[in-house]
Design a protein around this ligand. Structure first.
Ligand SMILES: [Zn+2]
Length: 487
């Protein structure tokens, strides 16, 4: 055997050894068994479901334009909550602040010097489009309980969470149990339209009250079953950060005139070229950071070959990226994405418009910034004479909270009580949540509600036949009770 072959074989053997060693490195320790601390408090799934169903009958649809908000259903729902959760609304027991489109409930803990736990949820919903009404099994605002589920708009996003927080706090008050840390529930009424009149103002108020939270917990991630190829166990994903947000305006200008003699450069053609370039030149993918941490945790659940690939991103990064790019959900975890949502130009068929305008909704990956994204788009379309600006209200991706430490462990512990066998991992939330408004209040901002979702359930959120199982709903209440009592 020649020396060159010997050296080659030795290299192959050591490469194989490195790949295999990496595949077994850092296996997570088995999670210790957890004891339920809220055992003494009964959670009656049937009556919780009944109350969630009642809350779904208020068509609390939010609108970006304040003038278009129909406030009556919100007012009626607040009055209903006051009747349904009398102790939570007793000023002698709970301090309440009604602020703009939101409410704050403060239940004082026995240790006033300890930082409070801040629980977020929202009661506004997206509309149930008229065109899809017939596709619903039950009336989206009927609040129907059938086949073991509560059906209707908001049953997942996010009244299940709001009602479960109300239920948990009412149950504590009824049992006369005072949690150690103060519990604050911040309930928004405009999350679906960016939370500027609700969450942002509630967060401002908390700042003026000098609140520094031990932990902020919002919606955003869940218990997912079957979402990851090769992973058999249920995965409890905890959102430790989310993507930023910007809407870019692309504007092409040209001379107008009669459409029988079009000039060389028309506004619509220029804008179309600009949009096509955006599609053809996506921003860079990143498999490090939070997404890297997620992959690193999931690899221990994967079959051997897949595990070998995931464990060695230094060699198989391209393959992992291509796999993730193939589905919109995982692609959104990898990079900043662009979605053209509004395009406008022209008024009559035979005259050339002088302006063509597009709004492109950008969701900004934690590895990018608003200014970096603007620079990327400007450079792409510079030679087309298309100008690019960012509409008001852009937000940078927030700093990621740590996937370790007391707040993280408390969250994992409470999750384990309702889902003892699930795998727990940090994740990036690809959409926007109210949590970003509260980043000023804590270094520990997480996004998780133990809703059990299968891939086929995901389109129900903001879609047709939104529903939650009665059994799962009781688990949500139990989870918040555990969190409140072990914090
Ligand atoms: Zn929501």
């Amino acid at each position: 055997m020649s020396n060159a072959i010997k050296v080659g074989l030795a290299c192959c053997a050591s490469l194989a050894a490195v790949l295999v060693v990496n595949a077994f490195r850092g296996a997570p320790a088995a999670s210790p068994e957890v004891v339920m601390v809220s055992k003494g408090i009964d959670v009656d799934a049937g009556s919780v479901a009944e109350r969630l169903a009642e809350s779904l009958r208020f068509a609390t649809v939010s609108h970006r334009d304040e003038a278009e908000v129909e406030r009556a259903p919100f007012v009626a729902m607040r009055a209903w909550a006051e009747q349904s959760y009398p102790l939570l609304h007793d000023p002698a027991l709970v301090e309440r602040h009604d602020v703009g489109e939101g409410q704050l409930f403060i239940l004082r803990g026995s240790e006033p010097l300890e930082d409070p736990v801040l629980l977020l949820a929202h009661v506004d919903v997206v509309p149930a489009e008229a065109a899809s009404r017939d596709a619903w099994t039950y009336d989206p605002f009927g609040g129907v309980i059938a086949d073991g589920y509560v059906w209707g708009r908001g049953s997942l996003d996010d009244k299940a969470s709001a009602i479960s927080i109300y239920e948990a706090m009412e149950a504590l008050l009824r049992a006369g149990i005072q949690p150690r840390r103060t519990l604050i529930a911040a309930i928004g009424e405009d999350e679906e339209v960016r939370g500027l009149r609700g969450a942002a103002r509630l967060a401002d108020l908390l700042l003026t009250l000098d609140v520094r939270a031990f932990m902020v917990l919002d919606e955003g991630m869940a218990l997912l079953d079957g979402a990851f190829e090769g992973v058999q166990s249920e995965v409890g994903l905890i959102g430790v950060t989310e993507r930023g947000y910007a809407t870019l305006e692309l504007l092409a200008e040209a001379e107008g005139g009669h459409s029988s003699m079009p000039p060389e450069r028309s506004a619509v053609f220029s804008l179309s070229r600009a949009l096509a370039r955006l599609e053809e030149h996506p921003m860079d993918a990143h498999i490090d950071g939070v997404v890297g941490e997620l992959l690193d945790r999931l690899r221990f659940e994967q079959p051997p070959l897949q595990r070998l690939v995931t464990s060695n991103p230094w060699l198989f990064g391209g393959l992992i990226t291509r796999q993730m790019e193939s589905a919109p959900g995982s692609n959104a975890m990898l990079r900043t994405t662009f979605a053209p949502t509004i395009v406008r130009a022209g008024e009559v068929e035979n005259s050339l418009p002088t302006q063509a305008r597009a709004w492109v909704n950008a969701r900004i990956h934690p590895s990018d910034t608003v200014s970096g994204v603007l620079a990327h788009v400007r450079a792409l379309v510079a030679d087309l004479g298309v100008t690019v600006s960012s509409l008001e209200g852009a937000s940078e991706p927030p700093l990621a909270s740590p996937a370790s430490g007391r707040a993280w462990e408390l969250l994992c512990r409470s999750m384990s009580v309702v889902a003892p066998d699930c795998v727990q991992a940090p994740s990036l939330v690809v959409g926007a949540t109210d949590a970003r408004h509260y980043a000023r209040l804590s270094d520990h901002v997480y996004r998780f509600v133990p809703m059990r979702l299968k891939p086929e359930d995901l389109p129900r959120i903001h879609g047709v036949d939104e529903r939650i199982s009665v059994e799962n709903l009781a688990e949500l209440v139990r989870f918040y009770l555990e969190l409140a009592l072990s914090a």
